[in-house]
Design a protein around this ligand. Structure first.
Ligand code: NAD
Length: 331
């Protein structure tokens, strides 16, 4: 059966970025007429598929309204964001300008111009914080887990979900907010929630020694970008509005992650530890059984396989860097 947005116009904000560019690829493969809106702040032109129409624009720009008026998008996958947790702590006002006012700019333009569906890329880890021992025995966190964002980034993602609920109630604009775990894979950068994968891989490929913060027992739920994209494509076809976790339910600590990446890059580095990061979240793991029920979504790529694909991509980019002029993201 063709996808409901096959042959229709879908706007992918942040489509020059890591996850957004994979989403744009997948929607083009589904036959959608994909438009990408990105200010290239963190994204790269070479990530945007040739078949997509590119609008170089900031989501806060008043010109967004004119773009929606002219293009009459049927659906929007909203990924453009200030997505650096540390930057959100250093400059909460900037984080809110991009993540809250940018979203409102898009939603106002959308509701005035016949937008039919929004898929929003939210976060599990930054909204729930450490697992509550009284929920699911302190194991994988369901959507009903208390929401205690510890950073302005987590706060603006949660506020965004509330605005989406408001636009649905007030203007009949349905949405699915996908609360991602830590997404890794080809094209990722060091700033996202799974940035450690990019940082360690780059260092190991350069023959440098990565340093693990503290004892390395901090856990995260690493989900492969290819799996996440399948969730986005299914969510776009979802009838109704909802908030849905997307993760693997598996916790991996930094030492294990280092072990995988060291092996995949030749196994020459030592496990070296530095001082811990004060206030760092210790654990994060999502229960995605609701996604299985309502979207039929399950993660398919095992961590070892996803990391092998990721390392192969970083290696190929490194080998091609002088010719393509791509700069190293970790300085
Ligand atoms: P990314 O930085 O690769 O992509 C974000 C894109 O948004 C970039 O191309 C950037 O240029 C663009 N952008 C930023 N500010 C903009 C603005 N003001 N106007 C227009 N474009 C702008 O990051 P990513 O990891 O692909 O994240 C995509 C989305 O997924 C974000 O909303 C992020 O919060 C969310 N998310 C990511 C993870 C993860 O682990 N990577 C986890 C949870 C949620």
């Amino acid at each position: 059966m063709p996808h409901p947005y096959s042959s229709r116009k879908v706007l992918v904000t942040g489509g020059a970025g890591f996850i957004g560019s994979h989403v744009a690829d997948a929607l083009i493969a589904e036959g959608a007429n994909v438009h990408v809106l990105d200010n290239l702040e963190g994204g790269r032109l070479e990530n945007i598929p040739d078949a997509a129409v590119f609008h170089e624009m900031d989501i806060r720009d008043p010109a967004v309204a004119t773009l929606f008026e002219e293009e009459k998008f049927a659906a929007m996958v909203h990924l453009a964001a200030q997505m650096d947790v540390r930057k959100s702590v250093a400059d909460p006002a900037f984080d809110a300008q991009v993540n809250v006012l940018g979203l409102l700019n898009l939603l106002e333009a959308g509701r005035a111009n016949g937008l039919e569906m929004v898929v929003f890329t939210s976060t599990g880890g930054a909204i729930y914080g450490d697992p509550d021992p009284n929920v699911n025995g302190g194991g994988p966190q369901p959507e009903s887990h208390p929401e205690l964002p510890a950073s302005p980034y987590g706060i603006t993602k949660l506020v965004s979900e509330h605005y989406l609920r408001f636009f649905d109630a007030a203007h009949s604009l349905p949405y699915v907010a996908l609360r991602f775990a830590n997404v890794y894979g080809p094209r990722q950068n060091p700033h996202g929630e799974a940035g450690v994968v990019a940082i360690f891989t780059e260092r190991l490929l350069r023959g440098e020694q990565p340093v693990i913060n503290g004892p390395g027992k901090q856990t995260r739920d690493y989900v492969f970008v290819g799996d996440v994209v399948k969730a986005v494509v299914s969510a776009l076809a979802f009838a109704g509005s909802d908030v849905i976790n997307i993760g693997t339910g598996i916790e991996t600590d930094v030492n294990e992650l280092f072990e995988h990446l060291n092996r995949l890059t030749g196994g020459r580095a030592e496990e070296k530890h530095g001082p811990g990061m004060p206030g760092e979240q210790q654990r994060s793991v999502l229960d995605a059984s609701y996604a299985a029920d309502v979207l039929g979504w399950r993660p398919e790529v095992a961590l070892a396989d996803g990391l092998a694909e990721t390392v192969a991509w970083f290696k190929a980019r490194r080998d091609n860097a002088p010719a393509s002029g791509i700069t190293d993201p970790v300085s």
